[in-house]
Design a protein around this ligand. Sequence first.
Ligand code: FE
Ligand code: FE
Ligand code: ZN
Length: 277
Amino acid sequence: MFKIGCHLSASKGYAHMAKEILSIGGNTFQFFTRNPRGGKAKDIDPKDIEKYKELATAGNIPVILAHAPYTLNPCAKDPGIREFTKNTMADDLSRLEYTPGSLYNFHPGSHVGQGIDEGIRLISEMLNEILTENMTTTVLLETMAGKGSEVGSQFEELRRIIDNVTLSHKLGVCLDTCHVNDAGYDVVNDLDGVLEKFDKFIGLDRLTAIHVNDSKNPFAAHKDRHEKLGEGYIGLDAFERIINHPALKELPFYLETPHEEISGYEKEISILKNLRK
Ligand code: FE
Ligand code: FE
Ligand code: ZN
């Protein structure tokens, strides 16, 4: 099954997102758990969840991916920001149990001058405080572009975080094609080589989801600016190889490309479906 979808607005609830993704030809979706700047989350409406589950079953939605607000920083220097991040993520994880078996993606964070070792230590420490044995959600570390002092642009760094987490079987990785290309992993000319490195340092069994984004910047630019598919430095030929690669093809793929209208995603979902073998 080709699991393909895009980022959607959660403002109208889960059932609305399910209807929306099915209406544009997708079968999975990503959404922010709350305002991306990290405000208070909307109360869960049990009726909305019930309706969502009916739609997900009828429409064969295999999984959904919740994205943490991107302003959180698990390895901030300010203990107040770290505390806020931890509480927000813990709250997100408890809410996600309304939809068991979901994925929760977060940016490992920026060490803001404290150094990579301290960044990795703080991220692991926070995960050790919020992961629980009973949770059904898989928590995904996203591969980052390496902008500023971002942690997680190198596979070794993600490996070190995972190694320091006690309940590491609750962790996975979400690979963002724009980010890894920006970070210096050549997904255009050497996809096999990139995946070999991923396997060596992290293990392909950890790879749980893919963000499908073209990049506005050339290889190894360390910028993180997404582009529409085929309009950036990665290009459609590379995406064809990515979505059909034996190590990736069963994973859920999410578009996070810049579009004003949902029809932009509809078009890209149809492009990828046509490239799928
Ligand atoms: Fe992200
Ligand atoms: Fe991403
Ligand atoms: Zn990005």
